[in-house]
Design a protein around this ligand. Sequence first.
Ligand code: ADP
Length: 425
Amino acid sequence: MAETSTQTRTRRTAKLTAGRLYQNRWMLAAAILAVLAVRLFGGASGGFTAATIVALVLVALIAPRTPAARRMAEASARVERSPLDRLSGEKLAAAVAEPLIIFGRDGTVVHANEAAETAFGAIRPPLPVLLKFRAPEMQALIEAVLGGEGTAQTADYVERVPFERVYRVTASAVGRGTGLFVLAFKDQSEARRIDRMRADFIANASHELRTPLASIAGFVETLRGPARNDPNARDQFLQIMQNQTGRMARLIDDLLSLSRLEMKPYLKPGVRVDLRQTVEAVIDSLAPLAAGTGVVIERDFAEGPLEVHGDRDELFQVFQNLLENACKYGQSGGRVVMSMRRSTEGGEPEIEVTVRDFGPGIPDEHIPRVTERFYRVDVETSRAHKGTGLGLSIVKHILTRHGARLSIRSKLGEGSAFTVHFPVA
Ligand code: ADP
C-alpha cells in the first residue's frame, strides 16, 4: 500500500533522532554512567537521577555536530544521492548504442563513445569536430549549434567509408551553460533500404499490371474502331484480352499471397502435415501441365513417415510452385524427379524434399537472386509460361514461417534441383 506523507515524515524524524543519538552515543553513555555512579556512591535521589538522564539525552539530541560527525553525515548523504547524479557523462555516452560525440564551445572533441569510434574511426580530444566531419551539411550543423545558443539542430549525413551509411544527426547543447555540445547520430540506413525496396516493389507491381492493362485498352480501341466489322480479328483480340486479364488476375493473387504472408511472418504453423500426401496431391493437380509440356514426373520417396509441423495449404503452394517451375522451365529435359528423404548431413536431422529437373539450368550469377520479388532469369520465357516473377519469393516466405529453408543447385545444360530442408523437431 502507498505510504502517506505523514507516515513518511514520522519515519524520517525517527531516523534523524536515532542518527543523532548514535552519533553522540559515547558521550551519552559516559554521562549516564557518571550519573549512575553519583546515585550509587553519592546517594542522589532516584528522581534526580532520572531527570538528569532525560536532560542528557536531550543535550545529545540538540548538541551541535562535531566536524567528524558532519563529515560522516555528508558521506552518508553522498551515498544516498540519486544514482543519476553520480553518473559520469563518459559512462552515459558508453551506454548509448549509437555514435555520440561531445565537443566544447571551441569546437574540439571532449569525448566520443565507442560506437562513434567504430563508425568514424579514431576521434580523440582535442580533435576539432569540423576537421573530422568535412561534409558541408555537418559543417553547417556544427556551426549552427555553436552559434545558436545550443538550440537543437538536425541534418542528414552520409558516411561513405568503408561502406555507405545514412545518419540523421542531431546537434544540441548539453544542459545550460555547460559549454558542452553533443552530436547524436541515428543510423537510418536500414529504414532507407526498406523504403527503397518498398518503392521498387510498388514500381514493379504497377509496371507488371500496366503492361496487360495497356494491351487490353489497345485492343478495346481497335475493336471499337478499325476491327469493328471483322469477326476474325474480334475473336483473336478477345482471346488475347482474356489471356491478359488472366495474367493480371494471377499477379493480383500472388501479390495478395505475399501481403498475407508478410502480415503474419512469425506465426508458428502447428498441425502435423504428411509430406508424402501433400506432394502426391500437388503431382495430381499438375498432371495436366506435365502432360501439356511433355514432362514425366517420377517419385523417389523414402520409406516411413515423412511429417512436419506446418500449414498444409501453404506447403501445398510451395511444392506446387517448385514443380510448376520444373515442368515449365525444365520442359526440355522431359522428366522431373520429386524425391523425399531424411538426412543429418547438415548436422541437425532434417527432411529434404527435392524437385529436380533436367532442363537448361540456371546460370550461377542468377541463383542467389531468383527468390527476389519479380526477379526472372529471362522475362520473356517467364511471361510465355504465365509467370509473375513472385512464385519463389512466396516459397521463401512460407518456408521462413516454417523454420525451413530452400537450397538451389544447378548446372548449365544439366538442370536444376530445388531442395526444401525441414527441421525435424
Ligand atoms: P516466375 O513466375 O517467373 O516463374 P518464380 O519466382 O517462380 O517466377 O521464378 C523466378 C525465375 O527463376 C523464373 O522466372 C526463372 O527464370 C527462374 N527459374 C525458376 N525455376 C527454374 C527452373 N526449374 N529452371 C530454370 N529456371 C528457373
